[in-house]
Design a binder for this molecule. Structure first.
Ligand code: ZN
Length: 297
């Protein structure tokens, strides 16, 4: 199941207790669903928990049934329709929207209380929201075909402490959040605290993984460097030997050359400890550099 479906499932476990919040949630659903016009309401969803809850929510809020109710045993998308004029009028009247007014917009009187605002946003998310799996990236969005509604929802979210960005996409208005902590707060606010925790968890795992990777990369790079250096030293020693110049080297350098040949994979510190008497790591490094210089490599 996708992360967005899990969020919807968590959101759909209960109905809002207060009538004001049920009305507000339905409002969010209607303004963010597929069609909300004077002639028809059409809500299409693939999410089963949402599809199961929708008729109950409308019955308890408006005391009415959908004119078209899908068979939820069928897989795929489920379509809910209301097209009888009296039901449409009941709903539009509940939101104080004149039956023949033109543009759909948010009646702020319906979302004055904080509980109702949260419910409104929950409805908007259920009908027109999505959120990306936090293992991939952080992105939550609300999409509606009503431009005015999107601008109004944006100021509602701002009043609730969010900073959504907006965009137009294929004739739709999009509000989106990209910061993980905002998405966590958003999901907690609308009633999905368990899924919000998953984002925090994913973020922590990602951060640990990054730290481990950085360390491994760093160690690998150091190892590569050490291997390259040892190769260069061995080439220099071989070349001095071929030129018959090894025996003419000062004793300390001869010893270093011998140690390196005998221990091609040893680290500088190991070679330094093998010297007789043992020397410091910088001293061994200096001797090996000197061998390379003398070889003319
Ligand atoms: Zn309320």
């Amino acid at each position: 199941m996708s992360f967005a479906s899990e969020v919807r499932e968590e959101l759909c476990q209960t109905l809002p207790e207060r009538k004001c919040c049920r009305l507000a949630e339905c409002y969010g659903i209607l303004l963010y669903c597929n069609t909300f016009s004077k002639r028809e309401i059409r809500i299409i969803t693939e999410n089963l928990p949402f599809a199961r809850r929708l008729p109950r929510l409308f019955r308890r809020t408006f005391g009415l049934e959908f004119d078209q109710d899908p068979d939820l045993d069928q897989p795929g998308k489920h379509m809910f329709v209301i097209d009888s004029p009296d039901k449409l009028e009941t709903i539009f009247r509940a939101y104080g929207q004149e039956h023949d007014s033109l543009a759909v917009h948010v009646n702020f009187g319906m979302v004055e209380k904080e509980c109702c605002r949260q419910s409104f946003i929950r409805g908007a998310f259920l009908a027109g929201g999505s959120v990306t799996d936090p293992d991939k990236r952080y992105h939550l969005e609300l999409v509606t075909s009503h431009r005015k509604v999107s601008a109004e929802a944006r100021s509602l979210l701002q009043e609730l402490g969010f900073e959504p960005k907006d965009a137009q996409r294929a004739g739709s208005s999009v509000l989106y959040l990209k910061q993980s902590d905002m998405i966590v707060d958003f999901l907690t606010m609308i009633g999905a605290p368990l899924q919000a925790m998953k984002i925090i968890q994913a973020k922590m795992e990602k951060s640990v993984r990054n730290r481990v990777n950085r360390r491994v990369n760093c160690e690998t790079a150091n190892l590569d460097k050490a291997v390259d250096a040892a190769q260069q030293q061995l080439t220099a020693i071989r070349s001095l030997r071929e030129q018959g110049r090894i025996d003419g080297l000062p004793e300390k350098l001869r010893e270093a050359a011998q140690l390196r040949e005998n221990n091609p994979a040893a680290t500088l510190s190991e070679l330094a400890a093998l010297a007789d008497p043992p020397v410091s790591k910088p001293a061994m490094s200096h001797r090996l550099r000197s061998i390379i210089e003398r070889s003319g490599q």
